[in-house]
Design a binder for this molecule. Sequence first.
Ligand code: FE2
Ligand code: FE2
Length: 206
Amino acid sequence: MKTRTIEDGKAKRKPAAQAKADAVAKAKAAAPDLAARIGSAPKTKFRGDPDIFGRLVEDHDRHRALLAMIEETTGKSPDREAVFQELVKELKAHAAAEEQALWSTVMRDPATTDDARHAVAEHKEIEDMLADLAARDMASPGWLRRFAGLKDEYLHHIGEEEQKQFVAAEKHLQSADVRYMRGVFNRRKKEEKAAAKVEKKIKLKD
Ligand SMILES: [Fe+2]
Ligand SMILES: [Fe+2]
């Protein structure tokens, strides 16, 4: 598919259902045989949009699928290992690129500083939870329980971005900015993902 750029200015909106299906298909590449039961992801007007927010929601749907796929796995299986590795790299690269492409700009506007600060603070919490999970035995009975905690936290984070922080940020950005930011995000995400490491560090108490 042709990469959309600000220069061509012809990027089209994708139907929401198609955008979601494409995102799930990307997640499934990590373990094609696993079901990705993401159910009805919360509605957002940004799903399928040819701008930064549509691009971010595409990743969020991909992450919803990866989270659901891990729940289909058992013990220390190759599938659980593969999907968890992919999830960690995806989430870290997405968060870093989102900060670089969107939140850094949003933070500079006093009207939206708090929204950006909130999103970035949650990124740190999520990264700590991922490092904690990576350091623990995947075959232990507690692993899935801890994973469920991460899943809740992440779904809350992306739900809040889609329903609150993106909505507020959009009001204060020019439409040329949100198109341009999509290109910045794509470049940064690729580089961040290539460099992403799965850190292992027990950080959380029982
Ligand atoms: Fe985020
Ligand atoms: Fe996000």
